[in-house]
Design a protein. Structure first.
Length: 231
C-alpha cells in the first residue's frame, strides 16, 4: 500500500513522539515519487532536533524547506516565517507543516487558523506508545484534545511511530501497530501509516499491517552519530 497524502499535511504530536523525523522522511518519500514538496519548520519550542537540522539533505533532493530568517535559525523564539502563509495559499502539490510538540507547540497553528479556513488539509497526530503520556489510548486522546484546543484545528488522522530509538526491535513495531490501530478505533480517526526504521525493514513483516508503511531513515541524531542518507 502507498501513502495517500497530498495537499496540506500538518504533523503534530507530543514532545518526543518523533513527529519531525516523520515529517522529514515523509517529505523525502513523497519527493521520490515525483510529488513537489515544501516542508515548513514550525517547531518553535524545542531548540534541538528540528527539521532545519536536515535542511541540507532535503534541499539537495529538491525539497523546499521553509525556515525562520537566518539570524534566528538557532533561536528558541516564536518566529513564524511569512512564507508559510504563502505556501498554504499557493497550494503546492504537498505542503508539510512540522509543528512543535504538545499543546504549547501547537499554538503556532492558531495563527494560521484563518488561512486554513475553507482549505482541505489533514492534521496527523504522531504516536509513540513507548513515550511518557502516550503509553495508553486515554493519554493519546487527552493529548489530541489539548492540541486541538491550542491549535484551533481538528485532528484528522494518526501516524504510528513506535520506537525505542537504537533499542527498537520488530516486536515493538508490531505492538505499536496494534496500539495505533486501537487508538484509531477509539478516536474515529484514520490510521494513515506506521513507520519502520530502515535498519529493521528486512525483519518486519509489513503484510501484517492494514495500512501503508513509511521507512524511517534516521536524520535527527546526536553529534557523534551520522544521519542516514535520504536518497
Amino acid at each position: 500500500m502507498k501513502i495517500d497524502l497530498d495537499g496540506i499535511v500538518i504533523i503534530t504530536g507530543n514532545y518526543g513522539s518523533g513527529k519531525t523525523e516523520v515529517s522529514v522522511n515523509l517529505a523525502a518519500e513523497r519527493n521520490s515519487g515525483g510529488t513537489e514538496v515544501r516542508l515548513a519548520d514550525l517547531d518553535l519550542v524545542n531548540p534541538y532536533f528540528r527539521t532545519r537540522e536536515a535542511r541540507h539533505q532535503l534541499r539537495n533532493l529538491g525539497i523546499e524547506v521553509i525556515l525562520p530568517p537566518e539570524q534566528y535559525m538557532t533561536a528558541d523564539l516564536p518566529i513564524l516565517a511569512p512564507q508559510v502563509a504563502g505556501a498554504i495559499r499557493e497550494q503546492t502539490a504537498m505542503v508539510i507543516l512540522d509543528t512543535g510538540g504538545d499543546d504549547v507547540g501547537a499554538t503556532v497553528l492558531a495563527t494560521l487558523a484563518d488561512r486554513l479556513q475553507g482549505i482541505s488539509f489533514k492534521m496527523l497526530q504522531v504516536v509513540n506508545p513507548f513515550r511518557p503520556f502516550t503509553e495508553t489510548v486515554e493519554g493519546c486522546l487527552k493529548i489530541k484534545s489539548e492540541i486541538e484546543a491550542a491549535s484551533k484545528v481538528e485532528m484528522t488522522g494518526i501516524v504510528g511511530n513506535a520506537n525505542l530509538i537504537d533499542e527498537t526491535q520488530a516486536g515493538h513495531i508490531y505492538d505499536g501497530y496494534e496500539f495505533a490501530a486501537e487508538f484509531a478505533r477509539q478516536s474515529g480517526l484514520k490510521l494513515e501509516f506506521v513507520t519502520v526504521p530502515e535498519i529493521l525493514k528486512a525483519d518486519v513483516d509489513t503484510g501484517r499491517f492494514a495500512c501503508p508503511v513509511l521507512t524511517i531513515k534516521r536524520q535527527l541524531v546526536p553529534p557523534w552519530k551520522q544521519a542516514v542518507a535520504l536518497t
